[in-house]
Design a protein around this ligand. Structure first.
Ligand code: FAD
Ligand code: NAP
Length: 213
């Protein structure tokens, strides 16, 4: 399906948000779509950044140096149409948990995208969000989250809320054993955070993950 671009927000030299027409594209917060340029066979997966009730679709993309698709998408302009397929994926919240469970969200880089959608879609969510990034400039749209619930962990500068990797910050926390944990981003972080959560007594069936690369 073709979806016209309505707006583009550049968040840094390499990260940008594309807002597109929603058309009839219904999805559950946490799902992803497949995106590409019409007439180009290459498509890539992107978590949906917007909320499930927003009248548009948004994705948060980081341009990967020498990447095939993220570089082409960065060159697109308002009014141009993109090829969208989906939605796909099971990295979603269960209705019965939304009202009465505590959530711990762990993201690296653009892995914050599904959490933005969870939070925008469910205003009453009881969550803590830890965002692992290299530099504070990568704390994408942090004003969308309550200061009490959001922590940036910056590994390459001391300007974040915590100086060091997300996993080092996680070691300082003591989550309740019934906390539901969602992990999204690079696979090494997911493995390491998984180990820390297990050491903290979180059962494996309460840990959900979405690997980007
Ligand atoms: C389920 C799922 C959801 C995803 N959601 C997002 C999203 O919301 N935003 C987003 O920017 N990307 C997301 N990705 C990654 C995305 O699909 C592409 O892999 C990425 O945009 C690179 O594509 P490319 O064609 O430009 O580079 P390619 O030519 O395909 O790959 C170049 C290299 O870049 C590495 N790479 C892939 N993704 C990243 C990244 N985010 N940061 C740094 N290096 C990377 C790959 O390991 C590869 O070695 C997601 C991936 C999956 C599987
Ligand atoms: N050469 C460079 O200067 C440079 C600069 C930017 C990006 N890159 C490359 O671009 C890609 C994406 O970079 P990115 O910054 O967007 O995403 P990223 O590699 O996922 O890094 C985001 C954050 O995750 C942290 N992280 C990485 N592995 C982790 C682990 N096992 N446990 C806990 N935290 C972990 C990083 O810490 P650390 O900083 O400690 O790894 C950083 O704080 C990577 O492949 C990277 O090598 C290279």
């Amino acid at each position: 399906m073709l979806h016209k671009i309505i707006n583009i927000r550049n968040l840094s030299d390499s990260a940008y948000i594309i807002r597109m027409e929603k058309n009839n594209f219904d999805f559950l917060a946490g799902q992803y779509l497949s995106l590409g340029i019409p007439d180009d066979a290459n498509m890539r997966e992107y978590s949906i950044y917007s909320g499930d009730a927003d009248p548009y679709l948004e994705v948060l993309i980081k341009e990967v140096q020498e990447g095939d698709v993220s570089v082409l998408l960065k060159k697109t302009r308002v009014g141009q149409a993109l090829n969208v397929e989906g939605p796909y994926g099971f990295f979603t919240l269960r209705d019965k948990d939304i009202q009465n469970r505590e959530f711990l969200f762990l993201a690296t880089g653009t892995g914050i995208s599904p959490f933005h959608s969870f939070i925008k879609s469910n205003s009453q969510l009881n969550y803590r969000l830890i965002h692992g990034i290299r530099y504070v400039e990568e704390a994408y749209e942090k004003e969308a989250y309550s200061d009490l619930r959001y922590t940036s962990a910056t590994s390459k500068d001391s300007q974040g809320d915590f100086h060091g990797r997300l996993t080092n910050y996680l070691k300082t926390l003591n989550p309740n054993s019934d906390t539901l944990c969602y992990l999204c981003g690079n696979v090494d972080m997911i493995h390491d955070a998984y180990d820390v959560l297990q050491e903290k007594g979180i059962p494996v069936d309460q840990i959900h993950s979405e690997v980007y690369f």
